[in-house]
Design a protein around this ligand. Structure first.
Ligand code: SF4
Length: 406
């Protein structure tokens, strides 16, 4: 049986048309022409059994012991999948443990205050994920009694549930035969089948989803999907893939052609845009003013010290004076510079110069923020803020700073 399948693979390799031309890309990059004897890449369906056997054996031996792999609880899998979007595994692990301790069930998450959910998400970034997770939990409790429906149709359309997330949860929790495609598995498939085009563009994107489906085994689907991602994370890495350790190397087209570093196509990263901002720490006796962002947009409903971008050739001091009035409604006297925080948000490289200020009159009235609260430094910890704002809050909580400020 095993030999029959292997023979089938070879005959498909001999007869199938190549789906793309990685050798042509190599030629344009100045590499030599490929010899005519190089076999064409196989069809994904022809390798199904072979990939599954190799990959599942490798996964059993080599997988990382991660907290969301301890059981097949769909809620735990869901939380981990959402946290892992755009975020490294090592960063996610402590967040996952804390989050599950606070909200051990779908019902507990649905009943939670959104501010508490955001507070536990603080530092992971992309806070919309946390808000969607919370709203989706409320929807699942209301519509399905707090259970996770084993049905992709019922999950699609729930806040934050795209095709990848739905398929990842259902394949891992219920072994549903559903494919997944994310950065790691996409890279493995592109290299294995020698697809050199841009995987984010339509023609290859559709092919990749079909390939991810065609290589799925009939059993252990969830483990297979995890194995594909794990191989991309640990062995078939973006730079310097460790082909010598790879269970798929004997049939990997990119490896055979020496193109593993060139595939898949990667567009150059966007150029960073420098942004200058000023922030104002307004103090009144022992307390400072914290303000809440609007219900929509980036960092919705999170808290921060009033801050904004410089305009029309302003200095940081001039911007701080203008922002103090516009963003808080208070008249005030600007004090010394406290600190400068540099951080990145998407393609923006932000320099935030922070000043302290003393209010001289007025009431809270802002062109942007929805409310303000006067808080003592110890109370700042209970409010969800972005990572750079937390750095500023921590600085204010240092005893040496308090003596100066308060
Ligand atoms: S052989 Fe190399 S390029 Fe091919 S799948 Fe394995 S690690 Fe990736």
């Amino acid at each position: 049986m095993k030999n029959d399948k292997d023979r089938g693979v070879h005959s498909a390799e001999d007869g199938a048309s190549p789906p793309s031309t990685p050798s042509a890309q190599a030629n344009s990059a100045g590499q030599s022409h490929q010899p005519a004897t190089v076999p064409k890449p196989p069809e994904p369906s022809a390798l199904r059994g072979w990939i599954a056997r190799r990959l599942l054996d490798w996964f059993t031996q080599s997988q990382r012991r991660l907290p969301w792999r301890r059981d097949r609880n769909p809620y735990r899998i869901w939380v981990s999948e959402v946290m892992l979007q755009q975020t490294q595994v090592t960063t996610v692990v402590p967040y996952f443990e804390r989050f599950l301790q606070a909200f051990p069930t779908l019902s507990a998450l649905a009943a939670a205050d959104e501010q508490e959910v955001l507070r536990l998400w603080e530092g992971l970034g992309y806070y919309r994920r946390a808000r969607d997770l919370h709203r989706a939990a409320q929807h699942l409790v209301a519509a399905h009694g707090g259970t996770f429906p084993n049905d992709p149709e019922l999950l699609r359309g729930v806040p934050g549930m795209g095709r990848y997330t739905v398929n990842a949860i259902l394949s891992q929790a219920f072994d549903r035969r559903l494919p997944i495609l994310e950065a790691n598995s996409q890279r493995v498939l592109c290299r294995l089948f020698g697809r050199a085009e841009d995987p984010h563009r339509a023609p290859l994107r559709g092919w990749l989803w079909r390939a991810a489906e065609e290589v799925l085994p009939r059993q252990r689907v969830g483990q297979f999907n995890q194995a594909l991602m794990e191989l991309g994370a640990l062995v078939c890495t973006p730079a310097a893939p460790r082909c010598g350790e790879c269970p798929l190397r004997t049939k990997c087209h990119a490896h055979r052609l020496g193109l593993q570093e060139a595939i898949p196509f990667r567009s150059p990263p966007p150029q960073a845009v420098a942004v200058q901002e000023s922030a104002v720490v307004l103090r009144q006796g022992p307390r400072v003013l914290l303000v809440q962002r609007p219900d929509r947009g980036r960092w919705a409903r999170m808290w921060e010290f009033p801050h904004g971008e410089l305009t029309n050739g302003e200095t940081h001091e001039q911007a701080a004076v203008r922002l103090l009035r516009a963003l808080t409604g208070f008249d005030g006297r600007l004090g010394p510079e406290l600190t400068t925080i540099r951080h990145g948000v998407t393609r923006f490289a932000i320099t935030l110069v922070c000043f302290e200020a003393t209010p001289l009159g007025g009431v809270f009235c802002s062109v942007f923020y929805q409310q303000g609260r006067w808080l003592e430094p110890a109370e700042l910890a209970a409010h969800p803020v972005s990572a750079p704002q937390r750095r500023l809050a921590r600085l204010l909580s240092e005893p040496s700073r308090q003596q100066h400020l308060f």
